[in-house]
Design a protein around this ligand. Sequence first.
Ligand SMILES: NC(=O)c1ccc[n+]([C@@H]2O[C@H](COP(=O)([O-])OP(=O)(O)OC[C@H]3O[C@@H](n4cnc5c(N)ncnc54)[C@H](OP(=O)(O)O)[C@@H]3O)[C@@H](O)[C@H]2O)c1
Length: 333
Amino acid sequence: MKAFILERYGKQRALTLAELPTPALRDDEVLVEVHAAGVNLLDAKIRNGEFKLILPYRLPLVLGHDVAGVVVKAGPRVRRFKPGDEVHARVDDFRIGSFAEFVPVREASLALKPQGLTMEEAASIPLVGLTAWQALVEKARLAKGQKVFIQAGSGGVGTFAIQLARHLGATVATTTSAANTALVKGLGAEVVIDYRTQDFESILRDQDVVLNSQDGKTLEKSLRVLKAGGRLISISGPPDPDFGRDIGAPGFVRLAMRLLSAGVRRRAAARGIDYAFLFMKADGRQLQQIARLIEDGAIRPVIDKVFPFAATNEALAHVESGRAKGKVVIRVK
Ligand SMILES: NC(=O)c1ccc[n+]([C@@H]2O[C@H](COP(=O)([O-])OP(=O)(O)OC[C@H]3O[C@@H](n4cnc5c(N)ncnc54)[C@H](OP(=O)(O)O)[C@@H]3O)[C@@H](O)[C@H]2O)c1
């Protein structure tokens, strides 16, 4: 099969198009013929070598975490999927590789493609959809009537999280630049702050939940717009000791996480705020719940641009530009 491989870590290092054997299937996996692959900043960060401690991959490696396609083969322990099924998934860590013609996916991480979506739309959903779900539903238990501040509302995570928060009945505030105001309002944001000209700290107060996806300075300011008893969930770091334990990180990595997050955890505790780092996980059942919301019309995919498979490096560069409005997808078949 054709696949884009990472041969050596490095910033802006191009992936190489290569011919590889189709990956061997484990008993609890299906083989998916990739029709479309979603591109995430995580792919670029792994390529840069920024995730070596958390995700120690051996090279060469096929990147790509999001897939939509058709099941062509099922392992002997697979019960819920069969060849011919149209599916999508965030593939598991250490089993990634959707920038290729075929990728194996664990049954537990897979869901049927939401009805009415194209393959490109279906490939745009899993990683950001699960991130928003695990942050707002699982960790924050966001409830009707609460106030949530979702940073970067025009990005991949933001466009999904705004819609999910609205569906849950929360009032949404978000940041973006002026050109994207109409987009985020259309998704359900009520308070829209232009981060280039306005300071969210002077506008927001008493938020129940903040979904932080930006830098350390933004994280600190986020603490000050939350009310006591609120929750600060960060998807851009710093990782906390719970996360280190969850992934079974070695002692020195866990110590590093404890130290990196000590300041924000201390300042959060002093204000009665719960700080948590989230690194989203593959989860087919949650993806199925998300599919229902899409089929009911509560959430729609937002796609910035679809690139042909041959332009996988350009797609990655576009995501890295930080200007994407919603998701970037690669059409593989
Ligand atoms: N931990 C996890 O599980 C997890 C999961 C997913 C993502 N992430 C991380 O979360 C972050 C966001 O991911 P993403 O995929 O949503 O990114 P993205 O799609 O690349 O975000 C691009 C958007 O961010 C906006 N933006 C850029 N700088 C901003 C700022 N200072 N304030 C507000 N908006 C800004 C841009 O709007 P303008 O063009 O208007 O500037 C653009 O629309 C990344 O760091 C990513 O690695 C973590």
